[in-house]
Write a protein that binds this ligand. Structure first.
Ligand code: MV4
Length: 501
């Protein structure tokens, strides 16, 4: 047994996921919670729980000091960061080292390298991994930007060197638009990351986003667990992920090629523990390194379903210094898995967050279904954090069967009290592009624009809708915050009964 006690520096479904791995390994799990999470599922499930402060994440889940303090007072031997929060902050592994606690993740140096997009690009070029044509250092001035852009040809994409997740990005179609794009991207980057450095890349139109899961141990061995197709996203937020990628399924040589490249990326970064190498894939199926995520990802379950591995257990064993339990040759991929991210948000109201109390909750069950969730009936989804309430994951022996199973699971899934995006998924699984696996990163926006018709809403209209929804939410909070938005009042019910009599 690698550890006796692990502290989980996270909340929600991922904290629950890690607790489950701990329990199966005979390890005591210590939860942490902010004031609004006192009754959260991860707190109820863990053997122990430590309060870490008020609701704002900056004073609780994002505080290295509070997390280390909690680990100390619980005498935990290791910390699992989950995803989000401190998971990619090199300050946490450093503080762990100082406190004599094992960090379940990569080194601070690997995180730092991958945190700088320009440094990561340089390292990947040196390692012989294909990167999108572009500048490999932050741009000094407009003249340099002009000459670099002319070298790759328009359109180009201005990106933040410290970026990721789409912040500080600007597409530039013509040279005359370059100065404004540079200015805007730099100021957005300064605000978001405290670093105004930007660089440029050739802009790939409607690429696929395919990522490779890697595992490295502390003895220098690295393997890959194949790909995940993550092209289905909206506003840089993934909504559906699957394994295998429908594209790779029809071009099987791509898995080994991208897998080899991902292993080279990990080696070049001196990487250990679980990580993900993201690639963009163009229309000609050429792939380019985009970035590496130095954490366990939200969508890891699709890889687990298809490979049969337990990634969290592997992470824990690796952190304890054990060698990988599998060789590359032992990894096999069986069947197809699809994950839907179930959010407390209203698809009929511009996906506006819909926190609040869950009244009833009926989840799908039966063959090939996995639901990872931090929700339970009677629990209130707090508005302070990410509104992900569950991940619905299905597995079947073929993609077509997985889609049929997903459709069945979505029919069985019912939740009252809050809005969710389940209805969005019910529509999505019927679309011919999705069913045929013709996916790219522009698909959801195009598909939603089509559904809205030629008079589909402009960004201005969308803003107006969001504003109206915000006002509505504020009003409902100003009144009785506990009142369910969807359920009719007792007076209405009584009135209806009276009418029926
Ligand atoms: C790109 C690109 C096209 N060309 N880079 C978006 C998030 C950030 N991490 C990188 N992103 C992109 N970089 C070049 N040179 C298109 C995107 C992109 C994207 C990438 C992955 C998943 C979804 C996306 C949605 C829009 C744009």
């Amino acid at each position: 047994m690698p550890f006796r006690k692990i502290l989980i520096a996270n909340r929600g479904e991922i904290a629950v996921r890690v607790i489950r791995a701990c329990r199966e390994m005979g390890i005591r799990a210590v939860a942490v919670y902010s004031d609004v999470d006192r009754a959260a599922l991860h707190v109820r499930m863990a053997e122990e729980a430590q309060p870490i402060g008020p609701a704002p994440a900056s004073e609780s889940y994002l505080s290295v000091e509070r997390i280390i303090g909690a680990a100390r007072s619980a005498a935990a031997e290791a910390i699992h960061p989950g995803y989000g929060f401190l998971s990619e902050n090199p300050a946490l592994p450093r503080a762990c080292e100082d406190a004599g606690v094992v960090f379940i993740g990569p080194s601070a140096a690997s995180m730092e390298l991958m945190g700088s997009k320009t440094r990561a690009r340089q390292a990947m070029i040196a390692a012989g991994v294909p990167v999108v044509p572009g500048s490999s250092a932050a741009l000094a001035d407009l003249d340099q930007a002009r000459s670099e852009a002319a070298r790759f040809g328009y359109p180009v994409l201005v990106k933040a060197a410290a970026g990721g997740g789409g912040k500080g990005m600007r597409v530039v179609e013509r040279e005359e638009d370059l100065p404004a794009a540079l200015r805007e991207a730099a100021s957005e980057a300064e605000r978001a990351f405290g670093d105004a450095s930007v660089y440029i890349e050739k802009y790939l139109r409607a690429p696929r986003h395919i990522e490779i899961q890697v595992l490295g141990d502390r003895h220098g061995r690295v393997i890959h667990l194949g790909e995940r197709e993550c092209s289905l996203q909206r506003r840089h937020q993934k909504v559906v992920e699957e394994c295998p990628s429908p594209l790779v399924a029809t071009h099987p040589e791509m898995r080994a090629e991208m897998g080899d490249a991902a292993v080279r990326v990990a080696r070049a970064a001196g990487y250990y523990n679980a990580g993900t190498v993201e690639f963009l894939v163009d229309q000609d199926r050429r792939f380019y390194f985009l970035e590496m995520n130095t954490r366990l990802q939200v969508e890891h379950p699709v890889t687990e379903m298809v490979t049969g591995l337990d990634l969290v257990k592997e992470q824990i064993r690796i952190a304890a210094g054990e060698g990988l339990s599998y060789t590359q040759e032992q990894i096999e991929w069986r069947g197809a898995a699809i994950e839907c991210r179930v959010y407390a948000e209203d698809p009929d109201n511009n996906f506006f967050p819909s926190p609040g109390k869950i009244f009833t909750l009926d989840r799908p069950e039966g063959p090939g279904i996995r639901v990872d969730s931090g929700a339970y009936p009677g629990w209130t989804v707090p508005l302070e954090y990410d509104p992900l309430i569950a991940k619905l994951v299905v597995w079947a022996s073929t993609r077509d069967e997985a889609i049929a199973r997903l459709r069945r699971a979505l029919e069985e899934y019912h939740l009252t009290g809050i809005r969710t995006n389940l209805s969005f998924f019910r529509r999505l699984v019927e679309s011919s592009e999705f069913r045929e696996g013709r996916l790219d990163t522009g698909f959801i926006d195009r598909w939603m624009a089509e559904a809205a018709g030629p008079s589909g809403s402009s960004p201005e209209q969308e803003q107006a809708v969001a504003l109206a929804a915000a006002l509505q939410l504020l009003r409902s909070r100003a009144g009785n915050g506990a009142s369910p938005p969807a359920a009719p009042s007792r007076w209405k019910l009584e009135g209806r009964k009276a009418l029926l009599e």
